[in-house]
Design a protein around this ligand. Structure first.
Ligand code: PLP
Length: 421
């Protein structure tokens, strides 16, 4: 399965019909939307269910029938967050964005656990990297930054382990890079780190990887994992984290009358949970494992089908066919962070042209009906990560499992045209 496996034509058609704006923008203009890492195609059912539940005026913190119905929706949504990560127990944290959740969690550990340093990696999104910087400064701790590995596009477990000691308070690390697409070996990273300090607090930012593959945190005792529904076929306006029981007990903003492990502050929003449940239903519906026995198994299998289709798309983008060469074989086009086996990569590539700079190339793509995004060293969202790979910039191309080989061929043609401007 090194080169992935495409959905059948019929299956892909069925999938595409379940999402909004896959081949046209909101004004009805045809386009290729290849910026899913900045916010993914939306699942119609997630959007519809969100609206359906959000129309209900009742507060779920009441005792009447409708309130109880909303409570059930919330509980199902929370269980479904656990399904994504294959985790039981703990608590669920919600905020307006994943960044807000990561800052809150980092602060609770940094301000309450004794120690002198915090470990993170150079590839972290600013939400984790800057949270670490902010709370390290506030609490007088040292920040230790693990380097990237240019060969894999990720960060190695040994590199991280080399920075951890008995005085490390927290490890803040991502599951996959939103710049290189590299999937980190998180089970290995957690196990190696815990060998050095068994009670180390570990927060994993899974925002990038959640839409692209199954994760399994069973038995890893992770303290927090975050994701953002708007990058996972859902709606904007919520960031979500699972947290462990010991993490939930740390001092945090809380109404005094609430239970000890409760992190939700103020009125819950059942519609957000209903939306998450629809996303999980959708992924389960893609499962090919007819003998599956649990929701988790169906979910994991569904994610595996997504990962296989996306890997086949990635392979096609890079290698193409005899008739239509992929990006690797084209003159004047550079593929960056083009590392290792495709089994350790999400469907993201970074490219550049010999003849045109990143921002201008993105405008040329738009003129030709293709939406991609430039990551340049002048941006606060990109500099540190790009410099770690010795790059000044990259055009990030991020399709989704809803995309087809035909669309990638159109993209390759447009790319060829731009390389000849
Ligand atoms: C890897 C990663 N972590 C965290 C975030 C932050 O998510 P949010 O925009 O919900 O704060 C992003 C957003 O781009 C991301 O890609």
């Amino acid at each position: 399965m090194e080169q992935g496996k495409l959905f059948s034509q019929d299956k892909l058609k069925e999938i595409r019909e379940q999402f909004y704006y896959v081949d046209k923008d909101a004004n009805g203009c045809s386009r290729l939307f290849f910026d899913n890492a900045g916010g993914s195609f939306r699942l119609k059912k997630a959007e519809e269910r969100f609206r359906e539940i959000d129309m209900i005026p009742d507060c779920s913190e009441r005792n009447h029938k409708m309130a109880k119905y909303l409570q059930e929706i919330e509980e199902q949504g929370k269980d479904d967050v656990r399904t994504i990560f294959n985790i039981k127990g703990g608590s669920i944290v919600t905020a307006l964005t994943a960044s807000q959740a990561i800052f809150q969690l980092t602060g609770s550990v940094a301000e309450n656990i004794p120690g002198t340093n915090i470990v993170t990696s150079v590839l972290e999104h600013p939400s984790a990297f800057d949270a670490v910087g902010y709370y390290a400064e506030k609490t007088g701790k040292e920040v230790r930054v693990a380097k990237s590995n240019p060969l894999t596009g990720g960060v190695d477990a040994e590199e991280i382990a080399g920075l951890i000691d008995q005085d490390t308070v927290l490890l803040n690390v991502m599951y996959a890079s939103n710049i290189s697409g590299a999937i980190f070996n998180i089970p290995e990273i957690i196990k190696t780190a815990r060998k050095i300090k068994p009670d180390l607090y570990i927060i994993v930012d899974a925002v990038q990887h959640t839409p692209h593959g199954a994760m399994d945190f069973f038995g890893l005792d992770v303290d927090a994992v975050t994701f953002a529904p708007y990058k996972f076929f859902g709606v904007r306006g919520i960031g979500v984290a699972y947290i462990s029981e010991r993490m939930a007990k740390l001092p945090h903003h809380k109404l005094a009358g609430k239970k000890e492990g409760e992190w939700e502050l103020g009125s819950p929003a059942p519609a957000q949970y209903a939306m998450i449940t629809e996303i999980i239903n959708y992924v389960c519906s893609l499962s090919e494992d007819k003998a599956e026995t649990s929701r988790r198994e169906a979910f994991a299998n569904g994610m595996e089908q997504i990962a296989l289709h996306e890997r086949a798309l990635l392979y096609h983008l890079l290698e193409g066919t005899e008739k239509n060469r992929g990006l690797r074989g084209r003159k004047g086009i550079n593929v960056f962070m083009d590392h290792g086996s495709l089994t350790t990569r999400d469907l993201i590539i970074g490219i550049g042209f010999d003849n045109i700079d990143y921002a201008d190339a993105v405008k040329e793509y738009e003129k030709r009906g293709v939406i991609v995004y430039e990551r340049v060293a002048s941006s606060l969202y990109s500099r540190r990560m790009l410099e770690s790979f010795n790059l000044k910039g990259a055009i990030r191309v991020s399709p989704l499992h809803c995309n087809s080989i035909d669309e990638l061929d159109q993209f390759l043609e447009v790319t060829e045209e731009i390389s000849k401007l």
